[in-house]
Design a protein around this ligand. Structure first.
Ligand SMILES: [Zn+2]
Length: 122
């Protein structure tokens, strides 16, 4: 099992950006671009397609959290309108910062469940 600051398994792999097969090789060739294959075990990452799923989940999740936080701040403190501008950079930072982890998590899930595109049986 992979270890990263005490985290093992899929969460540790996703946070560290490690290969879901060997838990040691690097999953990414760039900030959010997958490597073609694992440098340690040779797992082909190009066969997995996470698409826009991680970005969509992040936008929806972060958006929901920020809307609730904005409403709570507004109800509790009744600040001037410009205070709510803080939610824009915060939303961008959380979404872009979490994209790498979300992509790694989804690719790891596809690997663990042997997911692939659906095919019609002939
Ligand atoms: Zn590997």
């Amino acid at each position: 099992m992979a270890r990263l600051n005490g985290l093992e398994g899929p969460a540790g792999d996703a946070l560290a950006g490690r290969c879901p097969a060997c838990h040691q090789g690097r999953l990414f060739a760039g900030p959010v671009r997958f490597a073609a294959r694992c440098e340690r075990c040779g797992t082909d990452f190009s066969q997995y397609n996470v698409g826009d799923g991680p970005a969509a989940f992040l936008i929806l999740g972060v958006g929901a959290i920020l809307v609730v936080a904005a409403l709570m701040v507004d109800i509790a403190f009744e600040p001037p309108w410009w205070v709510h501008l803080v939610w824009i950079p915060l939303g961008l930072a959380l979404t872009l910062g979490g994209l790498r982890v979300a992509k790694a998590w989804l690719l790891g899930a596809e690997y663990r469940h042997a997911a692939h595109e659906g095919r019609l049986v002939k």
